[in-house]
Design a protein around this ligand. Structure first.
Ligand code: ATP
Ligand code: MG
Length: 712
């Protein structure tokens, strides 16, 4: 069977055209991503291209994984030689191989947004500016924008009072990063571009290596990313970019639609392929999405058709408030499950992360497990960062920021005064803090205790460094134990501490998974990888569950059932867009949201909403008005709805040993014991996975078999 038989004619064209630049410009669900995957398979299978000669950019790590899996099933194990990843992960690889040319050490670390913020805060303090007037976050955003526009500190063009201050901070910030042998996220791209631009031999090496470059979601590349692609593609010009101008939703991060609009000028002789058939959604869903996006002026203009059946109308639900809105979502999902859908077929999409809380609550109380994409992410949790700090210092002893975290947690007798002395010494001698620690017994002005503690810590770190032969998971476990972090948590004996211990356990498992999947126990690779997944699309992939995520995170994905929530003026479209005149970008975001749905689409809005402690009544979103009435029907809450609300507070009385109950996090289990009374009742549950856990019944949000939402 021919591989390309599974594509339609224009999709096939985009695969067959393997010489020179190709741009696939098409609406949502028309098979752009699918075409990319088949093109890669075709190159390898039919054109004899080796996987190592292919480089593909995806927009998220999740998309990269999916792409890898698809390719893997099409071409087998050789697929591992191919580079598939986000712009950031590809940049990390390029820099690891060459960064010495830019005066960094190849053991550089990647700082996440928290790290960089505290670095900027230090700088502001150093300059003796008022931190309230000059908050670190402000500089962080401005510096990030500058880098996305590929402007170095010296090229900074704003010479206002404010602009000069930004320039001052920006330039100190870059120097500090370099001294720490660290890069921030934007630097990954920025420095890669510098490297390729200024070092012809590096550039030609990569150009010779990658005979084919592919880019998904091209409409969302910013100038720096655009240049990275340009340098890698070179004169041969075998670039296949796919994108949709109607889905450009990262203008705020410097994405530039001109990259797509001017493709033909930048890549001479480019072939343009348009796809018009949508394979994802019903006609009704498609009509609704088209009707909304048609109101934008800045667009190339295209319409999609499908030969799927018309499908059911788009259900619109008006809720009295955001809690009710969330309950409605829980009901819709519950009903869908009854009719045979899986939890993972359903997604709730909202405009901002803060909206997730109500849905999390409703889902857990209704006994529906969910997966939160974004929000408080795993790698942002304190205990995880604590352990990571040790790993980072072990890998890169020049990483002073991480070392400070290590010195301060667990507390080990190196107080503020001693720390200041150590830092002074380090900066006078121009050595990393770790080195000062090692020389503590020679530093004046340190107490005997501080000396001893410093030497001990230094010795401890040295031992960790020597453990390089062990497996990664072993090293992580060892560090978490010997550092005393695990011990402290065990001594705490609170539920919170238990959760934290579980998170550390999860980090160890993650190290193991990394080692298995990536085939390396290299600590540097692991750290680079973690830094990337943590800032992007960390999702809890194990176990099924309804998807809760922002529309931005849903880009490129599809679900049989989608609920788009919070459709109110000021929420979606976001109030910021109303002030800044960027409603068209919000409308594209709405188009992205609507086109994620395959079969069923629900739109909800709340008449009143409490945000930041204030209750507002916002009018219904203009985007709902833009959908013709003929496509809409009104949704209603089920009669049983309030029973569900009642069900969530029922427990304490009804519990008995032997009863089957569902815990929002651990799933179904059987009650094995009850202790105490009333509000103090403690319930012990055995879960089939093997665990036996005790909870305060009052807080456990248990749902029994006969309660919850079933049996309307
Ligand atoms: P988006 O703009 O949202 O990223 P897309 O253009 O990348 O969408 P895909 O995700 O590649 O679209 O495809 C949408 C769905 O349609 C997928 O389930 C895909 O497998 C299916 N599909 C695409 N082309 C075909 C085809 N020729 N035959 C059968 N199914 C197809
Ligand atoms: Mg896609």
């Amino acid at each position: 069977m021919n591989l390309l038989d599974e594509l339609n004619e224009p999709q096939r064209q985009a695969c067959l055209q393997t010489d020179g630049p190709v741009l696939v410009l098409a609406g949502a669900g028309s098979g752009k991503t699918r075409t990319l995957a088949y093109r890669i398979a075709y190159l390898i299978h039919q054109k004899g291209v080796h996987p190592s000669e292919i480089l593909a950019f995806t927009f998220t790590n999740k998309a990269a994984r999916e792409m890898k899996n698809r390719i893997d099933s099409l071409v087998g194990p050789d697929s591992r030689f191919m580079w598939v990843g986000t712009f950031h992960s590809v940049a990390v690889r390029i820099l690891r191989e060459n960064i010495d040319r830019l005066g960094y050490d190849d053991r550089f670390v990647v700082y996440d947004t928290d790290d960089t913020k505290s670095l900027i805060r230090d700088i502001v303090r150093e300059l003796r500016w008022d931190e309230k007037e000059w908050p670190a976050g402000l500089f962080q955003t401005t510096i990030s924008r500058a880098k996305n526009r590929f402007l170095s500190p010296s090229e900074w063009e704003d010479h206002s009072f404010y602009g000069e201050r930004v320039q001052e901070v920006y330039s100190r910030y870059q120097k500090r990063l370099k001294a720490l042998n660290a890069l921030d996220f934007d630097d990954l791209i920025f420095q890669s571009v510098l490297l390729l631009q200024d070092h012809a031999e590096v550039r030609s090496r990569y150009q010779a290596r990658f005979k084919h470059v592919l880019v998904d979601e091209y409409q969302d590349t910013n100038l720096a990313q655009y240049r990275l692609v340009r340098h890698l593609v070179g004169e041969r010009g075998n670039l296949c970019a796919v994108g949709d101008d109607d889905q450009s939703i990262y203008g705020w991060r410097g994405a530039d639609m001109r990259n797509i609009l001017e493709f033909q000028r930048d890549y001479a002789g480019a072939a343009i392929v348009r796809l018009e058939q949508n394979y994802r959604s019903t006609q009704v869903i498609l009509d609704a999405a088209n009707a909304v996006v048609r109101n934008n002026r800045e667009r190339l203009g295209k319409d999609l058709w499908t030969d799927k059946e018309p499908g059911q109308s788009v259900r619109l639900y008006r809720a009295p408030d955001e809690e009710s809105e969330a309950w409605y979502a829980a009901e819709v999902i519950h009903e869908a499950i009854r009719q045979g859908k899986r939890l993972s077929d359903c997604a709730v999409l909202y405009r901002t992360n803060a909206q997730s809380r109500a849905f999390e609550m409703a889902m857990s109380r209704a006994g529906i497990s969910y997966r939160l994409v974004g929000g408080k992410r795993f790698y942002e949790r304190k205990e995880v960062k604590d352990v990571m700090a040790y790993l980072r210092v072990v890998f890169n002893p020049a990483d002073d920021l991480s070392l400070l975290r290590v010195i301060n947690y667990p507390r080990r007798g190196i107080g503020d005064v001693a720390q200041r002395r150590l830092r002074e010494y380090a900066s006078a001698q121009q050595i990393p803090l770790a080195e000062a620690l090692a020389r503590a017994d020679r530093i004046e002005g340190l107490s005997a205790q501080a000396r001893r503690a410093s030497s001990e810590l230094s010795e401890l770190l040295r031992r960790f460094e020597e453990s390089a032969g062990q497996s990664l998971a072993e090293r992580v476990r060892n560090i978490a134990e010997v550092s005393g972090i695990m011990l402290l948590l065990r001594q705490e004996r609170t539920r919170e501490a238990d959760d934290r211990l579980e998170n550390i356990g999860e980090l160890i498992s993650e190290a193991k998974r990394f080692e298995e999947e990536q085939g390396t126990a290299d600590l540097g690779e692991f750290l680079g990888w973690v830094a990337l997944v943590s800032d992007w699309d960390e999702t809890n992939e194990d176990g099924g569950g309804v998807w809760l995520m922002t529309v931005h995170s849903a880009k490129g994905l599809e679900f049989p059932l989608v609920i788009v929530a919070g459709l109110e003026e000021g929420v979606f479209p976001h109030s910021r867009s109303l002030n800044e005149g960027t409603v068209e970008e919000e409308r594209r975001l709405m188009y992205v949201a609507l086109t994620r749905a395959q079969d069923e689409l629900y739109l909800t809005y709340a008449e009143t909403r409490t945000m930041l402690g204030r209750t507002n009544a916002n009018p219904m979103s203009r985007f709902i008005r833009e959908i013709p009435d003929s496509l809409l029907s009104m949704g209603e809450r089920l009669a049983a709805a309030d029973r569900a609300t009642a069900a969530m507070s029922h427990h304490i009385d009804g519990l008995a040993p032997g009863q089957r109950v569902r815990h929002p996090r651990f799933g179904w289990g059987t009650i094995v014991a009850l202790r105490g009374e009333g509000d103090d009742t403690e319930v012990t549950i055995a879960f089939p996975g093997g665990g036996v856990r005790a909870f305060m019944a009052k807080y456990a949000q248990l749902v029994g078999e006969e309660s919850g939402l079933s049996g309307a």
